[in-house]
Design a protein around this ligand. Structure first.
Ligand code: HEM
Ligand code: HEM
Length: 144
């Protein structure tokens, strides 16, 4: 396949990434509210937790979409994977999001899962920065 035909794919990647970052901020806001309400022993409004879960599901979907775009695009272009450290950064982001979701499902029954959830999400912030930087660097190679 010729190079420019792949630009649209990376354009979807860039937009999905912007959306992911917005969703991440939404999770940070709703998660912090959940924490604030809980630590002040007020009753938890159900919609707050619901929005947090909804956004969480959206983040998992977006990150899996980005992973498939990255793998399909790279295979279509080079026929193999592992052209830069963007691969490692991408796999790290996906692992952290899935682990964070796994920890979230345990919060109700195991109290330590709550702090694990928060630590994983802090690491996720750094991983997001790394994947955006390396992704942007690699996109330059496709631009005319
Ligand atoms: C991967 C998707 C995510 C899912 C499925 C998820 C789910 C949950 C669940 C079920 C809780 C417990 C709510 C409760 O106690 O009623 C929670 C708490 C929380 N989440 Fe998430 N979450 C996700 C991502 C995130 C992200 C990306 C952040 C931060 C940027 C975040 C920050 C928080 C915080 C601060 C709390 C409150 C912890 C506390 O009460 O001490 N979450 N999340
Ligand atoms: C959660 C976010 C992301 C994930 C999980 C992800 C995942 C991946 C993966 C696994 C690859 C294959 C890399 C290889 O085998 O060398 C890839 C390739 C690629 N990704 Fe991403 N990516 C993400 C975000 C981005 C962003 C924000 C951009 C920039 C707009 C981007 C642009 C690219 C490009 C241009 C390639 C082709 C690499 C090459 O030709 O060497 N990605 N991505």
């Amino acid at each position: 396949m010729d190079l420019p035909s792949f630009i649209w794919l990376w354009r979807i990647a860039a937009w999905s990434m912007g959306l992911s970052l917005a969703v991440y901020l939404g999770l940070l806001l709703t998660g912090s509210s959940v924490w604030y309400v809980r630590s002040h022993q007020k009753s938890q409004p159900g919609w707050l937790r619901f929005i947090h879960l909804l956004l969480g599901g959206a983040l998992v979907a977006l990150v899996l979409l980005l992973l498939s775009i990255g793998i399909i695009g790279t295979l279509g272009e080079h026929g193999n994977l592992g052209h830069s450290w963007h691969l490692g950064a991408g796999l790290l982001v996906v692992s952290l999001v899935l682990a964070s979701m796994g920890a979230a499902t345990q919060i109700a029954s195991r109290p330590w899962a709550r702090s694990l959830h928060v630590v994983l999400n802090a690491l996720l912030f750094v991983a997001f920065a790394a994947v955006s930087y390396s992704g942007w660097t690699v996109v330059q190679q496709y631009l005319p």
